[in-house]
Ligand binder design. Structure first.
Ligand code: EPZ
Length: 417
């Protein structure tokens, strides 16, 4: 198994070209199978989750080729509506293929996406919404048999929680359905806007993306198009956190500062300085970041749950005591033990964590528990004295496109072994 070996204490400086967004590339790859023509997706990050999505597309009969950071998908030859259990297990977010396969084929068979490291990952909101659109769902020991006896039709759907995945699944099922679909309390994440923009490029009729009320008019056919995936907000926050723990100064290229406000605001509260420019921003860390009285993860435009572990790694050495509340996932503090092993002072009680800033952290041998928890360990290792090894880095490769190359480019001493 591979691991990262980090020598901490080096000040990070330089420029980063931020990768394409994993959480936009995956739903857009699923959406490409709805199209009769070819789609060319640029700025696609090279991640194990992207490779898994390409394998699902190929398994369904689409032609999917990945060259550099460009994926070409030709869905004309699609002949299957079965997503193999193995592939469902590989990637929890493969549930977003359900809406697309139903939209294209009118039926779909797939395994229940397993729970994941963040706690149970229910899909009740997805299934309730699809049933309102005419989908009949039979569950037969872990396999979902979905069919649309009278075809997919539009519906008015209110989401009990602004679920990102459920909003995406409804979008994917609605673009070719008969009639109008209105979604209230929809997720407002920028990745939803990216997915809707790609679908509009293919001929879909969607309005309201980025707001809580989505409106989709079903059309007969989608053509496919060339589309550039948006920058990854969470990767951007990760590099800012790496600069913050090392007293560094970096420039992020190809980010949309407007998408990062809830995170840059937190860094500014820590006394870091952010100077946005067109398609990028300069990040100057504070001499000694200041603790933050309280941060609560919330659906967009609130502080994103995916940045919680990463920012916690910075608060470990901040001046003062911080409180972090994780309101989105049940079990998203699994990285805390590793940070404590590196000298952090963190108390967890349920969905709250109290972080008392310490003067310094020391390297240790730790294991990534999940994607963003693993990223937090790298950040903590960069700011710790001595050597840190991070194992189980397959978690990290799901969401970061060669992170060691990016960090070495900023002067970090990190190796993949
Ligand atoms: C997406 O997951 C992201 N994944 C996650 O990023 C991100 O953390 C999450 O949105 C929240 O922003 C992708 O986009 C591939 P949700 P998703 O549906 O769609 C509950 C990362 O690190 N829920 O908004 O699964 C659920 O249990 C990953 O890049 C239901 O109860 O998130 C959770 O508590 C991790 N029933 C909350 O809602 C449902 O039917 C948020 O889930 C669906 C969700």
């Amino acid at each position: 198994m591979q691991k990262f070996v980090i020598q901490g204490g080096r000040r990070l400086e330089g420029e980063v070209l931020v990768q394409g967004a994993k959480n936009s590339a995956l739903p857009i790859l699923a959406a490409s199978l709805l199209c009769d023509g070819e789609s060319v997706l640029d700025n696609c990050p090279r991640l194990s989750d992207v490779y898994a999505a390409c394998r699902i597309l190929s398994g369904l009969g689409c032609r999917c080729t990945l060259r550099g950071h460009t994926v070409q998908v030709q869905a004309q030859g699609m002949h299957s509506s079965v997503i193999p259990m193995q592939l469902m297990r590989e990637m929890r977010s493969s549930i977003i293929f359900l809406g697309a396969v139903l939209g294209r084929m009118g039926r779909c068979e797939l395994g229940f996406p397993g729970g994941c490291e963040l706690g149970p990952r229910p899909i009740d909101l997805h299934l309730q919404a699809l049933q309102r659109m005419g989908v009949r769902i039979l569950e037969d020991n872990g396999v979902l048999q979905c069919s649309t006896p009278a075809g997919l039709h539009g519906a008015h759907i209110h989401l009990q929680f602004p679920s990102v995945g459920a909003t995406e699944n409804i979008l994917l099922a609605a673009v070719l359905a008969k009639g109008e679909t209105i979604v209230t309390n929809a997720a407002r994440e920028p990745e939803i806007i990216d997915l809707a923009s790609y679908l509009r490029g293919c001929g879909a009729r969607i309005t309201g993306d980025g707001s809580s009320t989505l409106c989709i008019q079903g059309v007969k056919q989608l053509t496919g198009c060339t589309y550039r995936i948006m920058p990854d907000r969470i990767a951007a926050a990760t590099w800012m956190a790496a600069a913050a723990v090392t007293g560094g100064e970096i420039a992020l290229q190809q980010v949309n500062p407007a998408d990062l406000v809830s995170m840059t605001d937190v860094f500014e509260q820590m006394r870091c300085r952010i100077c946005p420019f067109r398609e990028g921003l300069y990040f100057h860390s504070a001499k000694c970041p200041k603790a933050i009285r309280s941060i609560r993860t919330m659906p967009y435009p609130g502080f994103p749950t995916d940045a919680q572990a990463i920012v916690m790694a910075v608060l470990c050495k901040a001046k003062g005591t911080s409180l972090m509340e994780e309101t989105i996932f049940e079990n998203r503090f699994r990285h805390v033990d590793a940070l404590v092993k590196m000298g952090a002072d963190i108390q967890v009680a349920g969905r709250a964590a109290v972080i008392k800033g310490v003067r310094s952290m020391h390297g240790a041998a730790v294991q990534a528990t999940d994607l963003r928890g693993g990223a937090a360990m790298i950040v903590a290792g960069l700011g710790a004295a001595g050597e840190t090894t991070v194992e189980q880095i397959a978690h990290i490769d799901r969401g970061y496109d060669s992170p060691e190359t990016v960090l070495r480019g900023l002067g970090a001493e990190i190796r993949r072994i």
